[in-house]
Design a protein around this ligand. Structure first.
Ligand code: SF4
Ligand code: SF4
Length: 65
């Protein structure tokens, strides 16, 4: 089952921990306010969610295409 990370934009504090944790470079904080997941690159490994001190990243199941 394919998964991908999603960030709760309202609760993200833009600390950057998830960005450092993602080995695929799928996370950026373009506006300095909130982490954004590149859904093309994300493979749903969950490393970012584990490292988020605010616990605002969750994994959602994506339908197979
Ligand atoms: S789930 Fe994995 S691949 Fe996707 S953004 Fe998080 S660390 Fe990167
Ligand atoms: S680790 Fe969590 S709080 Fe920090 S930038 Fe990433 S999503 Fe936001």
């Amino acid at each position: 089952m394919k998964k991908r990370a999603i960030v709760d934009k309202k609760l993200c504090v833009a600390c950057g921990c998830c960005m450092k944790a993602c080995r695929l470079g799928a996370i950026s904080i373009p506006n300095g306010v909130c982490a954004v997941i590149d859904t093309e690159k994300c493979v749903g490994c969950g490393m970012c969610a584990q490292k988020c001190p605010a616990s605002v990243i969750s994994l959602e199941v994506v339908a197979d295409e």
